[in-house]
Design a protein around this ligand. Structure first.
Ligand SMILES: [Zn+2]
Length: 339
């Protein structure tokens, strides 16, 4: 390296250090930086769900402007998470829940409590999706029909063209889109593979990455293996120069015992794996995919399982076991002290 290039390299390092407070993967000191902090609950209601006792939605305040809501297991075994961000000008809801979710009252209550706390009369709500599957879009119609003057809704359908247009994504899936809520920019990263219209969201304020159904403690159903691997690589690339406080997916299907999940269709899940994953998990997923050399296979890792989907990968008895398990779960949903 010449003297000039040594000089310019060290200047670049200094520049990076001084501009890294928000957008670097590492911080100069372990002081939390400028990331807006938040907490996750010690446990979710699904761990001790007596269905007489729990509400249709559990509302968790991560911090005053970011809420995580989880659907009750008693309404649907998928019990997905949905995410509600507030900016100065707009709020954004990622996903609308699964079957029988009845999400509107929970959203109205949460948004109105936020309005009261902030001395405001109304805020526009943008309803978007992590992807197009039914367990994330079931509440779409109800939210579109909500007609609440305090919460005017802009609705973005869960499909590729509408997603591109709304976030200003020129080339799918390699470009990054954005949405500005007022003092809060959320980056939108196309990640097809689990489904055609999957996206991840990166909230610059909290450094939380929403990873959709593409990475969570559970079964990562892969529809298009090549696309899924490429999306995982792009997420790694996207996050390499940014802090990642938590990676939050849309379900928990893994127990807190390594390599052990709950059977498909489980409602009540004592001893759940925690929701939050890290960028390390993303690197581990990538390594697992690379190890398959383009040949999809089911592979259980400590915190999640890569699970190619489709008839070719189904195992004999899968469907029957699922149906029987759902029946057993429903038989005990009102009282878990029963045998
Ligand atoms: Zn899902």
């Amino acid at each position: 390296m010449s003297k000039v290039s040594v000089l310019s390299a060290s200047m670049a390092a200094v520049l990076c250090l001084s501009s890294c407070a928000v957008m670097c993967a590492q911080l100069p000191e372990p002081n939390g930086g400028t990331i807006e902090r938040g907490t996750l609950p010690a446990r979710w209601y699904s761990e001790d769900a007596k269905c007489m006792e729990i509400p249709e939605w559990q509302v968790h305040e991560y911090n005053p402007n970011f809420f995580i809501l989880r659907q009750s297991p008693c309404t649907d075994f998928e019990k997905p998470f949905v995410f509600l961000f507030f900016g100065k000008d707009k709020a954004l809801l990622a996903d609308t829940g699964s079957r029988n979710g009845n999400i509107v009252p929970a959203i109205q209550l949460t948004v109105k409590n936020w309005l009261k706390r902030n001395g405001r009369a109304s805020i526009p709500l943008i309803v978007v999706h992590t992807h197009e599957h039914e367990d994330h879009t079931w509440g779409d119609k109800a939210l579109q029909a909500m007609n609440d003057p305090a919460i005017p809704v802009t609705f973005v359908p869960a499909e590729v063209e509408a997603t591109k247009k709304f976030y200003g994504i020129q080339t799918w899936p390699t470009d990054i889109g954005h949405v500005d809520l007022g003092g809060r920019i959320i980056d939108v990263i196309p990640i097809p593979g689990h489904s055609a219209a999957s996206v991840a969201f990166y909230d610059r304020n909290t450094a939380v990455l929403l990873s959709s159904d593409s990475l969570y403690p559970g079964r990562l159903y892969v529809q298009d293996f090549a696309a899924f691997q490429a999306s995982t690589e792009r997420l790694i690339e996207f996050t390499k120069d940014k802090p990642v406080a938590n990676i939050l997916g849309n379900h928990i299907e893994e127990t807190n015992t390594p390599y052990l999940d709950y059977p498909v269709g489980t409602m009540y899940q004592p001893n759940e794996h925690e929701l939050a994953l890290t960028r390390g998990t993303l690197l581990e997923l990538e390594a697992a995919l690379v190890s398959m050399h383009g040949v999809p296979q089911r592979l259980a890792l400590r915190d999640f399982t890569v699970w190619p989907s489709g008839p070719k990968f189904a195992r004999p008895g899968d469907r029957e076991r699922f149906q029987q398990h759902v029946q057993e779960e429903k038989a005990h949903m009102w009282d878990h002290s029963a045998p």
